[in-house]
Design a protein around this ligand. Structure first.
Ligand code: PLP
Length: 390
């Protein structure tokens, strides 16, 4: 069977490959500690679950409007206002099954063959994959450890051309855990001023910050109408499997994106939307409790990694990943990740699963219990001296 060129250009997420091998080992009776996962290990807060169950009993089981139910669009608009200071009317909000579809829709709506999409490298693997699939040219923007894995506005400026249609930003960042503050987004906005392009600001991890305040590019001078502000319930409310994303769009993108929704998925599950409205309007304590726990684990993870010979680790400011530098150990980061899975029973991801800029690093998720994190660090410590390296 001949597949299309566009299918050949589409990549995938290595996390699923590692998970597959980890499950194989577990079937053979081996114990594996999962630090490759990208989802909170917390249960969805009970009041949200109850809202979904009530919605099912109340008959919210049919199609909804493609763009989402008015109640959730209103809730999302007021959530953006409250949490980001970004003011959007509800008719500029669209609801999708998870955040990922918005990435695809943005690229399909904005990019013709040969247009350019600037995306962070290392970065969430779907950015490059979906840009290539849509026919655009993915242009990597390096995030460098010496710059705390933040976007360097000068480097961004050097990559923007007349063909650039979309610049993707992601903070707090997967896989590096870097963040952006007011000064960062203002400087990025200056670079993009006067350019005929849009920004896709992936803010899935905005709530998971340790200390400093999140700032959205959508609130920088001149950016509100050129930013696709992307968020969702997956990480903030531990709802990965529910599939609920929401985005504020530039006005001219609302109708095309709704058409893409109609053509692809029709709408997002209606009872899930009812529960999401409760999540966005509801109490914040469960989110805070989760973040407090992530904070403790981050500290344990960074401290533990720093103690290992040959590993250094920048302290992440957000999300639930660490991205330690493992270059001094020799060998490729893929070899190291494989070795740690097979020999130490610890599943991690190699840094270049997130783009060539990630070579020399590993991504470890601390969405796991503190006991498991400590046990994983001990196993890594015991296995490292025998790593063959390069
Ligand atoms: N954006 C980033 C940076 C992510 O890490 C993820 C999930 O891992 C997503 C988007 C996808 O979110 P969703 O599961 O809601 O589609």
């Amino acid at each position: 069977m001949e597949l299309t060129d566009r299918m050949r250009r589409m990549g995938t997420e290595s996390a699923f490959e590692v998970l597959g091998r980890a499950h194989e080992l577990e079937k053979q009776g081996r114990k594996v500690i999962h630090l490759e996962i990208g989802e909170p290990d917390f249960a969805t807060p009970p009041h949200i679950v109850e809202a979904a169950v009530a919605a099912l009993h109340d008959g919210f089981t049919g199609y909804s409007p493609a763009e989402g139910i008015p109640e959730l669009r209103e809730a999302a608009a007021s959530f953006f206002s409250r949490t980001r200071g970004a003011e959007y009317p509800a008719d500029r909000i669209v609801i999708t099954p998870g955040a990922k579809p918005i990435m695809l829709y943005a690229m399909l709506a904005l990019c013709d063959e040969g247009d350019e999409v600037v995306y962070p490298d290392p970065g969430f693997p779907m950015y490059e994959s979906l840009a290539a699939f849509a026919g655009a040219r993915p242009v990597p923007l390096r995030l460098r450890e010496e710059n705390a894995f933040r976007v360097d506005p000068d480097e961004l400026a050097s990559l923007v051309t007349d063909r650039t249609r979309l610049v993707i930003l992601n903070a707090p960042h997967n896989p590096c855990g870097s963040a952006s503050d007011r000064a960062d987004v203002d400087r990025i906005a200056e670079v993009l001023a006067g350019r005929d392009l849009y920004v896709l600001s992936d803010e899935m991890y905005w709530a998971i910050r340790y200390g400093s305040e999140h700032a959205s590019i959508a609130t920088a001078e001149g950016m509100a109408d050129r930013t696709i502000l992307l968020d969702g319930c997956s990480k903030t409310f531990a709802m990965t499997g529910w599939r609920l994303g929401f985005a504020a769009l530039p006005s001219e993108l609302v109708e095309p994106v709704i058409r893409l929704i109609i053509n692809s998925v029709s709408c997002t599950a209606t009872f899930v939307q009812k529960a999401a409205a409760v999540a966005l309007n509801g109490p914040w304590d469960p989110v805070e409790a989760m973040i407090r726990e992530f904070h403790v684990r981050r500290d344990a993870m960074v401290e533990g990694l720093q103690r290992l010979p040959g590993i250094t680790c920048t302290e992440p400011e957000g999300a639930f990943y660490v991205f330690p530098n493992v270059r001094a150990l020799g060998g490729s980061s893929r070899d190291l990740a494989r070795y740690l899975l097979e020999e130490a029973g610890v599943a991690t991801l190699w840094g270049n699963a997130f783009g060539p800029g990630g070579e020399g690093y590993l991504r470890l998720s601390y969405a796991n219990s503190i006991e498991n994190i400590r046990a994983a660090l001990e196993s890594i410590e015991a296995a490292l001296p025998s790593f063959p390296g390069g």
